[in-house]
Design a protein around this ligand. Structure first.
Ligand code: SP5
Ligand code: ZN
Length: 344
């Protein structure tokens, strides 16, 4: 299996995120991807290659032009406000909630940041755009590799993507890599594509992007949004809208869920994906279901990831793996590569 590695990922390195009234060090750190790369190389699991270049059209297939323009220019606007801002990250602090207008983009930068975000835990840094842009190319390249006939490919990048919507960032995510990959598969002629999101957190961005579409099935196994981030989406009664009714499956699980219960949800997901008739699969591969994860609540063990990889292989679909969350930094490489090795 080829790995498309984002060698610019460390350009995105947030300093602090808001948590319970304090600014705390970021959980989403460059060392996460470094550990996955080191483990891939240690086990000699396929080659690590550079992504290909993709133009603007691949991004606007998922994201709105005004959001992409914001991402590309936010840092320069920030430093133009005050040269001293160069030493600080941008953190959202004001949002348009219900009854506010979102059709007019404000001139004020803090207001723009709020218009295009949903939490104060996702710092935007000097290198966020270049890192996210290159990460999108990793996802698109991995999808292209599967179109070209490979059984599977892996996009190893950060920042992650599944919380990012068509026009918003949050949850450490800026561009939705899984959605970009799924759309690329569709554009390349795959009639039906499934996205399976196994990150601990609900993939609210991916769900929102495909919610009314009959051609992309979204299934997610995650912490119950009544108690777990991102809180406001991911309930079991969200089954799709319009032409997309029936093409969205949420399987929320309580804190403390172990592999036995989690694996039942995986069976439910893969059964639904098979019934949907997917031609290809995109896996949002978050490793924060691990028992040692510092911000999550499931109890999966390192060996369980071998079982997940073997079961995904059994699904028999061309598969694009996209690296998402997972904050037990020392173990994230072992766990991620366990999935990939068992699949490969
Ligand atoms: C891609 C991804 O996994 N994003 C997750 C974003 C979660 N952001 C909220 C973090 C809340 C931190 N809670 C800390 C609990 C410590 N006991
Ligand atoms: Zn997560």
């Amino acid at each position: 299996m080829k790995t498309f590695y984002n060698h610019l990922h460390a350009q995105h390195q947030g300093k602090v995120e808001m948590f319970r009234g304090a600014l705390v060090p970021c959980f989403e750190v460059p060392a996460r991807a470094d550990h996955v790369l080191a483990e891939l190389q240690r086990r000699q699991l396929g080659t690590v290659v550079e992504p290909k270049a993709f133009g603007e059209a691949a991004l606007t297939a998922i994201h709105s032009p005004r959001y992409l323009n914001f991402l590309a220019t936010a840092w320069d606007q920030w430093v133009a406000l005050d040269a001293a801002n160069a030493d600080k990250d941008i953190l959202p602090s004001v949002w348009p909630t219900r009854t506010f207008r979102t059709d007019i983009e404000p001139d004020n930068l803090a207001a723009k940041v709020g218009l295009y975000s949903f939490d104060a835990g996702s710092p935007f840094t000097s290198g966020t755009w270049v890192a996210a842009r290159k990460g999108a190319e990793c996802a698109l390249s991995a999808a292209q590799q599967v179109v070209a006939g490979d059984r599977a490919a892996f996009a190893l990048s950060r920042p992650p993507g599944h919380h990012a919507g068509a026009d918003f960032f949050g949850g450490y995510c800026f561009l939705n890599n899984a959605a970009l990959a799924a759309q690329h598969l569709r554009n390349a002629g795959m009639k039906k594509v499934a996205v399976l999101d196994v990150d601990f957190h609900h993939g609210n961005g991916t769900q929102a992007i495909f919610y009314d579409r009959p051609d992309v099935f979204f299934a997610s196994i995650h912490g119950d949004p009544r108690t777990e981030y991102p809180f406001f989406l991911g309930h079991a009664d969200e089954t799709g809208a319009g032409a997309g009714v029936g093409a969205n499956l949420n399987l929320p699980l309580p804190r403390g869920t172990d592999y036995t219960a989690w694996a039942r949800a995986l069976e439910t997901s893969l059964t639904a994906i098979a019934r949907f008739g997917a031609d290809a699969l995109v896996v949002s591969l978050g490793m924060d279901t691990f028992e040692g994860d510092p911000i999550s609540g499931f109890k999966l063990k390192s060996d369980d990831y071998l079982r997940i990889g073997a079961r995904l292989k059994q699904a028999g679909l061309p598969t694009v793996f996209i690296f998402e969350g997972g904050y037990a930094v020392e173990e994230v490489g072992i766990n991620a590569v366990n999935v990939l090795q068992a699949f490969a």
